[in-house]
Design a protein around this ligand. Sequence first.
Ligand code: ARG
Length: 566
Amino acid sequence: MDFKEHIVQKIIDITDLDREVVENAIETPPDEKMGDLAFPCFPLAKVMRKAPPLIAQELAEKLADDEIIDKAQATGGYLNFFLNREKVISSTINAVENSGSDWGKSDLGNGKTVLVEYSSPNIAKPFHIGHLFSTAVGNSLAKIYKHLGYNVQSLNHLGDWGTQFGKLICAYKKWGDREVIEKDPINELLKIYVKFHEEAEIHPELEDEARGYFKKLEDGDEETTALWTYFRDISLVEFKRVYDMLGVEFDSYNGEAFYSDKMDEVVDILKDKGLLTESDGAQVVDLSELNIPPCIILKSDGATIYATRDIAAALYRHRTYDFYKNIYVVGIPQSLHFKQIFSVMKKAGWDWAEGCEHVGFGLVKLPGKNMSTRHGDVVFLEDVLNESIEKTKEIIKNNGSNVDDIDDASKKIGIGAILYTFLKNSREKDIIFSWDTMLDFEGESAPYCQYGYARGRSILRKAEGIDFKNADFSKAVSDETYSLVKHLGAFGDAVKDAADKNEPFYINRYVTTLTKLFNKFYNTNPIMRDDVDEETRKARLAIVDAVTTVIKTALNLLGIDTVESM
Ligand code: ARG
C-alpha cells in the first residue's frame, strides 16, 4: 500500500490542487513526533489569500479520518499526518514477505540499457587499491541499476594497448625469463618494465627499439603479438583471482586493444567534420571555446592515443548496445580526459554522447606503513584482501563466536569490511584506510550489519516451527517497531537515490540505519522470552524475518555477502 499516494489523493479531494504540486510538496517531517508525512501549506497562501497556519487548520478540519489516517493535525503552516501504525506495519511486512529479495525493485529501467564500465586495470601492472575503489563502486552501481529494472552490462576496459607495450616487449626480449615470470607474473613484468626505464636513461636508443616493437605489434607481427597475448593472459589470471574473491563478474573484457582497429574510422569522421586541426605536428580537436586544452587524436608520429581509443570505444558501445547511459567509474584525476572526449563526441554531433557520464572517485590514503606486502613498495590488492581475511579470523577467534565455517565467514566479513569502507561516503571523498574502523564490529562497518543479520537469523532458527505468516500486528506497534518498519518501507527510495546520483553510499547508509533500528527493536521488544504472548511473538518474528531479508538484499547491492551466524 502506498501511504503517500493515499494522502496525496485526500489532499486533492479537498483542495483541487494539481496532483504533481501535491506530490512534490509532501515531505517527511524531520522529527517522528511530528507525524509520518507533512503537507506544507505555504504555497497555498497566495491563492487562498490566507496565512498558512489558518489554511492548515481548515484542511485539518475538512479531512475526515479514515482507517489509514489516524490523525491530521495542523502545526504552524504544516498539515501533519499520523498514520495508523498497525496498518502501516502489517501492510509493509506483508509486502516485504511477498517480494523477498525483490523488495525495493522497480520497473523504472525496463527497456533501457545502462553500461557500467569499471575496474579496468592495466595488464602487466599491479591491480592497485585505486582499481579496487573503481571495482567496488562499479560493481555496486551495476547491481543497483539491475534492481531498478535496467538491462546492465558490466564492462572492463582493460588497459592492454599503448606504446608502453613496445617497452615491455623490448624489456622481455632483453631480460625476460618465462620461468621466473610464471612464479609471480605481474611483479616480474613490473620489474623488467622498471629496468627498461632505468636502462633507457643511459641508453636512449632503447626508446627507438621499443617504438619499433610497438609498431610491429600494431602491424600484427606474429612474434610480438604472441608476447602481448601472453602478457594479457597471465595478467587476466591474476585479476580474475581478485574478482573471484570479490564476487565480481564482467560481461565484457574488451580493453583498449579491442579498439585498435576501430580508430581509423574515428579519425576519418573527425576529419570529415572538419574538427581536426594541426598543433605541433599532432592532430587535435580544439576545445578552447570550452576553456579546456585540445584533445589530441593523432600524435605527431601518427600514433593514436588513449583518448582516440576511448572515442572509438564509445562509438562501438553506442552501436552495439544503444545505451541509455554509458557510465565510466574512473578516478577523479582523469576528469579532464573525460571532459575532453565527451566534448569531442558532442562536437561530432553524436547526440547519444549526452548519455556518457564520468563517475569519479577520490584517493585512497594509506596512513603509515600498516600494510604488509610481498612486493616492497607496491600494495597489491590481493595481499590487502588476504590480510583483511586473516585479521577477521583472529577477531572471530578472540570473540569466541560460534560461526559454522570460520574460513567462509572470515572471507565474507573480511572482504565485506573493505567494500563497505569504499562505499560508505560520497565517492568523491578520499578514503583513509584504517583496519581498526574497517573491522570494528560495533562501529559503522560491514561486520556491524552482518552481525545484525546473523542475530536475526539466529532468532528465527530458535523459533523454528512457529508459523508467523498472517501475524496479527495490533500488539506490535511500539515506537521502536514503528520506526524500524517505516525504514523498511524506504528501501526503494534509497535504491533510486543511489542510481540518481550514482552514489552507492545511499544504500550503505540505509542498511546501517536499518541495522541500528533493528538492534534497538530487539533490545526493547523481547521475542522468545517466556512472558511474551504468542500473537505478539509471531508479529515480532514476522518483522525479524522481513528485516533480515532487506539487510541481505541491501548488502548484496553493495557486493557484500551475509553470514548465517557470527
Ligand atoms: N586503465 C586505466 C587506468 O588504470 C583506466 C581506464 C578507464 N577507462 C577508460 N575508458 N578510459 O588508469
